[in-house]
Design a protein around this ligand. Structure first.
Ligand SMILES: *[C@@H]1O[C@H](CO)[C@@H](O)[C@H](O)[C@H]1NC(C)=O
Ligand SMILES: *[C@@H]1O[C@H](CO)[C@@H](O)[C@H](O)[C@H]1NC(C)=O
Ligand SMILES: *[C@@H]1O[C@H](CO)[C@@H](O)[C@H](O)[C@H]1NC(C)=O
Ligand SMILES: *[C@@H]1O[C@H](CO)[C@@H](O)[C@H](O)[C@H]1NC(C)=O
Ligand SMILES: *[C@@H]1O[C@H](CO)[C@@H](O)[C@H](O)[C@H]1NC(C)=O
Ligand SMILES: *[C@@H]1O[C@H](CO)[C@@H](O)[C@H](O)[C@H]1NC(C)=O
Ligand SMILES: *[C@@H]1O[C@H](CO)[C@@H](O)[C@H](O)[C@H]1NC(C)=O
Ligand SMILES: *[C@@H]1O[C@H](CO)[C@@H](O)[C@H](O)[C@H]1NC(C)=O
Ligand SMILES: *[C@@H]1O[C@H](CO)[C@@H](O)[C@H](O)[C@H]1NC(C)=O
Ligand SMILES: *[C@@H]1O[C@H](CO)[C@@H](O)[C@H](O)[C@H]1NC(C)=O
Length: 619
């Protein structure tokens, strides 16, 4: 295996002037120049083993206790060893070290990258006496700027030498192992020709994104403002990187808030003494009533609508399991309802043959703004030795969505979807089909268009009641479906919540014209016309009426996901096809007429979900 691990951060000083005028041939020289320029660049070190599944087959693999990974390869005199590595973008690469062992003859090592970039040579003298002591070349003085993508480092040896590992430093703080080891390929320059005419005035996009480790959180949050936008378009295209992988599974690693369990306490004794166990604002306490009765209390906080969660609205299930029960135990559940009353639930009996019981707690019980409280009033002949395997509160299971086909023709299918629990409480939208019926109670709608190369249809558009709109080109030939990714909230978003939203009350659909008129709760509306071709899906918006201050409220807000390069739904933004920004960087506010939210690095998450371009068309 070709192992690369980020070693440590290294701050080096480089100079822009050097790049432009002397193309950096000598590191020391440019350190001196750089000292005058004071430009600090983050470098990152990566370790590559000389041995991997490929080089092992072509060179003799030698075990060495002292070698990193306890292995090294023998490079025979007059031959070379080649190592592959990849870069995210054009970057300066320094060879910080090559670890070797030379027991025989003096050997000259020549290092060349991509067959034509010379990194210089190193003269190694043999160390006859100590057969297990590796030596380090240390830094090579030559620095080259290498291109994004695949690079090959080649070491020529004049005489036999044992090579253990390489340490490279790259001045790209976003480069990671997946990219450096070429498991994720990044492309350098992408083009997104703007649709905007030069007469339109620019919009401003603002950075509101935050960091996350959970790939299922929309941590990218970029509102776009324009004081007088009269028409704009949103275009969805396949990503420009080349891949034949269609990864579309959710990744719930580091997403504790998305699991069904709200809290749990494992393996504890019911004691006479009041004690507290806690974690994450969840407390477990005991209160003795008399010799045969004790209260087990849990006080906890719960997330709700304010943070974009359904946990306070959704009903739950309380599970309790004893490790063993000598005498029957009777437990009554009491809990505080959000209206303030204490509710007493049924009494349950636990015995050696019934160690586990579950209580159902209805929807809309818990509260977000205060502590929640449950009390298990436990009664048994002998309180000692009562050991509980677990006590846990789960969200109840979802009832599956109900999908209703509202309209179907050779050209379009319109579906409305009713969901069990919608995070916007009781808000739902009404869908009116032109010269057809009116339907109520939907959390979202879906549009399908025919796929010309099959006899079927493909989902191309979803609109949620909270304004989230998702666009998708038709499934490419050979694939059944591809996933949605980046979404765009249409309309004037409220930003007083961690999860921005609008309230859509009604959508009028003109199926023959592929037109939708979207009405907001505050009285605003806009019209959308959908165009689907073999390589993109495009929505054109006009007839825009907004009720609120357009300098304070955005007209669209882009939501997406970025954990690290190679694990994103979007990694870059191209503004007016000129400037590329990283989607998570702190760039403040940026004006533009065209914003292309795209990926440069092949993502393991929703690999084929589309790039989304937003163009201002009339102002
Ligand atoms: C490592 O290399 C240096 C420079 O060639 C040499 O002076 C030193 O003795 C070597 N050490 C070992 C352990 O081979
Ligand atoms: C290596 O061993 C030889 C004798 O075997 C000795 O003369 C020499 O000093 C040793 N060198 C080192 C660096 O230990
Ligand atoms: C190699 O191992 C020897 C002992 O076997 C130890 O003295 C020496 O420091 C080690 N050298 C390196 C470079 O790890
Ligand atoms: C790497 O160095 C070059 C030259 O100074 C600079 O233009 C580039 O922005 C640097 N990249 C990073 C990520 O620091
Ligand atoms: C899932 O996401 C985590 C980061 O949140 C990442 O470390 C891991 O590699 C991802 N898993 C897959 C299969 O992509
Ligand atoms: C439960 O806790 C006891 C100590 O309180 C410990 O000895 C035992 O190993 C734990 N059991 C499990 C399954 O963790
Ligand atoms: C608290 O949350 C962390 C992760 O956010 C989790 O690992 C831990 O188990 C939680 N503790 C409890 C008592 O739920
Ligand atoms: C013990 O306390 C429980 C709960 O308060 C009560 O129902 C029960 O009657 C009490 N028993 C005795 C013997 O006082
Ligand atoms: C609180 O809600 C519960 C459950 O719906 C109900 O039984 C009770 O009467 C309500 N109490 C008040 C004070 O509204
Ligand atoms: C727009 O303003 C009206 C009244 O001024 C208000 O009721 C409404 O909530 C506002 N809309 C948003 C998105 O804040």
């Amino acid at each position: 295996m070709h192992v690369a691990r980020p070693h440590r951060y290294h701050t080096i000083v480089l100079c822009i002037l050097c790049v432009n005028y002397c193309n950096i041939m000598c590191f020391q020289k440019f350190i001196i120049v750089a000292a005058l320029c004071k430009i600090v660049i983050e470098g990152k070190e990566f370790l590559i083993e000389a041995e991997d599944e490929r080089t092992d087959g072509n060179h003799e693999l030698l075990p060495y206790r002292n070698a990193s990974d306890h292995k090294a390869v023998l490079v025979k005199g007059g031959t070379s060893l080649s190592i592959n590595f990849c870069l995210r973008q054009r970057s300066f690469v320094t060879i910080r070290n090559i670890r070797y062992l030379n027991l025989k003859k003096s050997t000259l090592l020549n290092i060349v990258v991509n067959e034509n970039l010379n990194y210089g040579s190193y003269f190694s003298v043999p160390n006859y006496n100590q057969s297990n002591v590796f030596n380090d070349t240390r830094s090579f003085s030559i620095v080259h700027q290498l291109e994004a993508g695949w690079n090959i480092l080649k070491v020529y040896a004049t005489n036999s030498i044992v090579l253990d590992m390489f340490l490279l430093e790259v001045n790209d703080s976003k480069l990671n192992n997946m990219i450096f080891s070429c498991k994720v390929i990044c492309i350098q320059q992408l083009h997104f020709p703007p649709r905007a005419k030069s007469v339109v005035t620019p919009a401003n996009m603002a950075q509101n994104s935050f960091f996350t480790k959970c790939a299922e959180v929309d941590n990218v949050d970029i509102p776009i403002y324009h004081p007088h936008v009269n028409a704009f378009s949103i275009t969805a295209r396949l990503p420009q990187y080349k891949t034949f992988a269609n990864r579309r599974q959710a990744n719930l690693t580091f997403c504790p808030h998305l699991t069904q369990t709200l809290w749990r306490f494992d393996n504890f004794s019911v004691t006479h003494f009041s004690k507290e166990m806690y974690g994450n604002f969840t407390f477990l306490t005991f209160q003795e009533n008399n010799l045969s009765s004790i209260d087990v209390n849990v006080i906890f906080r719960q997330k709700g609508e304010h943070t974009g969660s359904i946990n306070t609205d959704m009903g739950s299930q309380l599970f309790l399991k004893f490790i063993s029960v000598r005498n029957d135990v009777f437990i009554t559940l009491r809990y505080k309802h959000r209206n303030g009353s204490m509710i007493t639930s049924e009494r349950k009996r636990f015995s050696e043959s019934h160690l586990e019981q579950m209580w159902k707690i209805p929807d809309y019980t818990w509260i977000e703004t205060d502590y929640n409280y449950i009390s298990l009033v436990l009664y048994t002949k002998e309180l000692s030795h009562l050991k509980i395997d677990y006590l846990r509160l789960d969200r109840r299971p979802f009832i599956p969505d109900r999908t209703i086909t509202l309209y179907k023709s050779d050209n379009i299918i319109i579906e409305g979807v009713q969901v069990d629990m919608w995070w916007r409480g009781h808000e739902r939208m009404t869908i009116n089909i032109h010269s057809g019926n009116s339907y109520e109670g939907f959390a979202f709608l879906r549009l399908y268009r025919p796929v010309p190369w099959t006899r079927g249809y493909s989902q191309v558009f979803i609109l949620y009641q909270d304004g989230n709109a998702r666009f998708l080109p038709v499934s490419p030939e050979g694939l059944d479906w591809i996933p949605f990714g980046t979404s765009v909230i249409l309309g004037q978003c409220k930003h007083d919540s961690i999860r921005p939203y609008v309230s859509i009350t009604q959508v009028d659909i003109y199926p023959d014209d592929m037109k939708l008129v979207i009405f907001f709760k505050d009285g605003g509306y806009l019209r959308m016309t959908l165009k689907v071709t073999e390589d993109f899906t495009q929505a054109y918006f006009d007839n825009i009426v907004f009720m609120n201050d357009t300098s304070i409220y955005p007209f669209v807000t882009v939501r997406s996901m970025y954990v690290e390069e190679g694990n994103t739904d979007v990694d870059s933004i191209k503004v007016d096809d000129v400037k590329t920004l990283n989607v998570i960087d702190n760039w403040g506010t940026v004006p533009g007429k065209s914003f292309a939210f795209h990926r440069r690095c092949l993502s393991r998450h929703l690999t084929l979900s589309p790039d989304i371009q937003i163009d201002i068309l009339k102002t």
